[in-house]
Design a protein around this ligand. Structure first.
Ligand SMILES: Cc1cc2nc3c(=O)[nH]c(=O)nc-3n(C[C@H](O)[C@H](O)[C@H](O)COP(=O)(O)O)c2cc1C
Length: 177
């Protein structure tokens, strides 16, 4: 089975979409295929078929998800099936002037943890000027995916392929990301 890494974004005014596009592009440059996807265009039930996702979401209202993230978050907090095979990381965008700082990212992180998914990078909560904190999240993700490629090239090729690989230093090796 071949899969692309999904970078799912929840946004109202575009910041999280921008970050998701940057992250997916950076993962691609490292050598794994990634796409940034509006949460509204992602079927919540299909999360069970994914092996690695990164979530980047802002918070709006008073600690609420942006409208395009509401359905997926509700699904995860409600009757979603367990996700023990899913690996994930969350980056929350917010503004610490609000009482529920970056709450939506925290809620996704907690819901995924409760469903048994494995957090592979620490959650980062980005304040209003998000560049430096987002860069920190991006670096953690890139370190993680570089590790996947290194592991794959160190092992034999009988491992299952669950991510399709693009160009770059890891091209041609298999990975179980
Ligand atoms: C009306 C409004 C409500 C907001 N509410 C919150 C909030 O409750 N908590 C928080 O941390 N940030 C809050 N924010 C800040 C946004 O999350 C932040 O500006 C973020 O970068 C927006 O990202 P987006 O463009 O992807 O939606 C709010 C912003 C607006 C405009």
């Amino acid at each position: 089975m071949e899969q692309r890494i999904q970078v799912l974004f929840g946004t109202e005014t575009g910041n999280a979409e921008y970050c998701a596009e940057v992250l997916a592009g950076a993962i691609g440059e490292v050598g794994l295929e990634a796409v940034h996807v509006d949460m509204e265009d992602f079927l919540p039930e299909s999360l069970v078929d994914e092996s690695l996702v990164f979530i980047i979401t802002s918070t709006h209202g008073n600690g609420d998800p942006p409208p395009n993230a509401a359905e997926l978050l509700e699904h995860l907090q409600g009757g979603a099936q367990a996700l023990p095979d899913l690996r994930y990381g969350v980056c929350g965008l917010g503004d610490s002037a609000f009482p529920y700082f970056a709450q939506c990212g925290k809620d996704f992180d907690a819901a995924l943890e409760r469903l048994g998914a494995q957090r592979v990078v620490d959650r980062v909560d980005c304040d209003d000027d998000f560049d430096a904190e987002f860069a920190q999240f991006k670096e953690s993700v890139l370190n993680y995916v570089r590790g996947l490629l290194t592991d794959a090239s160190d092992s034999n090729t009988s491992e299952p392929v669950t991510c399709s690989l693009m160009s770059g230093p890891g091209a041609g090796v298999t990975s179980s990301c």
